[in-house]
Design a protein. Structure first.
Ligand SMILES: *Cc1c(COP(=O)(O)O)cnc(C)c1O
Length: 384
């Protein structure tokens, strides 16, 4: 179902979609139906027998996202966490997983507080350290799960070198590409087996849908995941699929502007005395700037920075902002800001937060696509 178009922007708008055969409607209709008429018992049109198994609006979105990641198969879910859960269902008791140490809080929770009771052993490792990563593999390691750039510290993991480590022992490599977006980074081309997205973020881009997706190249792997998707049933409704199809038509334009705005703000913050450190993969000062330059075509819209005065300083800065909104989540057209220590990563144990560098003064910016001059003025007035 992926399209013949070779260039990203054209695929974003057209892949997986064709005018509706019944009416010629340009937009894929919201097939708000649970079931489908069968001309004869057990005979149905294409794959459409029941909407948990398949729904045409979802099928179009799955093909569109597969195309954007350069993959052959896409599967969509009711949330990013449901997409991750689908992959974890492929594991068996006794299996070992290597998890990148700096991950989305919900990822950490799913591995450590849900799947731990199913006999899955997890090692948290800083995957920017190649030797440390290599030494963590055992003959039971079935899955490496990483994010890059990571949340919230924006560490950049070398996907191709992790894929190399996984190859020998039949370990699957899954990359959560939520922060990078399919516009800037395509993990399948770098050797990953599975790409995961929280489509709640940049894919949706308008903070109005919760969703998730998995994209793969290998048909046997896709079939196993699709079996779990249908068996567990954490599928998105057709309305949400429609909204996401509308969103992907502009993802390349949005993400370009997120990158431009974030670069200007990161440079501004880096020259600011009130911030002791600014982390943005596009800054030459970023420890993995070279890896980011190699595997990404742009550096994204996320920035983290540490304020010199700690939690109280961060709190009053956040409260004074007028254009940036204090909120969890990210990747929408509007600029958001948050304090990981008391918001998104409050559930991460204190000692682990300290190891990762999630200090009380840390603030995380999700830079939107407003006029960057207004964003910089807003930051200045809030610091003043
Ligand atoms: C938000 C997020 C998730 C979880 O997705 P939901 O849609 O909230 O379930 C997973 N990974 C990353 C990197 C995220 O930012």
């Amino acid at each position: 179902m992926t399209s013949d178009y070779t260039r990203f922007a054209t695929r974003a708008i057209h892949a997986g979609q064709k005018p509706d055969p019944a009416t010629g409607a340009i937009m894929t209709p919201i097939y708000q139906t649970a079931t489908y008429a069968q001309p004869s018992p057990g005979k149905f049109i294409e794959e459409f027998d029941y909407s948990r198994s398949a729904n045409p609006t979802r099928t179009a979105l799955e093909a569109n996202l597969a195309s954007l990641e350069g993959g052959r198969f896409g599967l969509c879910f009711g949330s990013g966490c449901a997409a991750m859960d689908c992959v974890l269902h492929l594991l068996s008791p006794g299996d070992h997983v290597i998890l990148c140490d700096d991950v989305y809080g919900g990822t950490n929770r799913l591995f450590h507080r849900v799947y731990n009771t199913h006999g899955i052993e997890v090692s948290l490792v800083d995957l920017t350290d190649h030797d440390k990563a290599k030494a963590t593999f055992t003959d039971r390691t079935k899955l490496v799960w990483l994010e890059t750039p990571t949340n919230p510290m924006l560490k950049v993991v070398d996907i191709a070198s992790m894929a190399e480590l996984c190859k020998g022992g039949g370990t699957m490599l899954a990359v959560d590409n939520t922060f990078a977006t399919p516009v800037l980074q395509n993990p399948l081309a770098l050797g990953a087996d599975i790409v995961c997205h929280s489509s709640t973020k940049y894919i949706g881009g308008h903070s109005d849908v919760v969703g998730g997706a998995l994209i793969t190249q290998d048909e046997a792997l896709h079939d196993r995941l699709k079996f779990v998707q249908n068996s567990v049933g954490a599928v998105p409704g057709p309305m949400d699929c429609f909204l996401l199809l509308r969103s992907t038509k502009t993802i390349h334009v949005r993400v370009d502007r997120h990158c431009e705005n974030a670069m200007q703000i990161a440079q501004h913050l880096e020259n600011h005395a009130r911030f002791t450190s600014v982390v943005y993969p596009g800054l030459p000062s970023h420890p993995q700037h070279a890896v980011a330059t190699k595997q990404m075509s742009g550096f994204g819209g996320m920035i983290t920075a540490t304020m010199d005065g700690g939690l109280e300083d961060a709190r009053s800065f956040l409260e004074r902002l007028k254009v940036f909104t204090i909120a969890e989540s990210l990747g929408g057209v509007e600029s958001l800001i948050e304090s990981p220590a008391i918001m998104t990563h409050a559930a991460v144990p204190t000692d682990q937060r300290a190891t990762l560098g999630i200090t009380d003064g840390l603030v995380r910016f999700s830079v939107g696509i407003e006029d960057v001059a207004d964003l910089i003025e807003d930051i200045e007035q809030a610091l003043g």
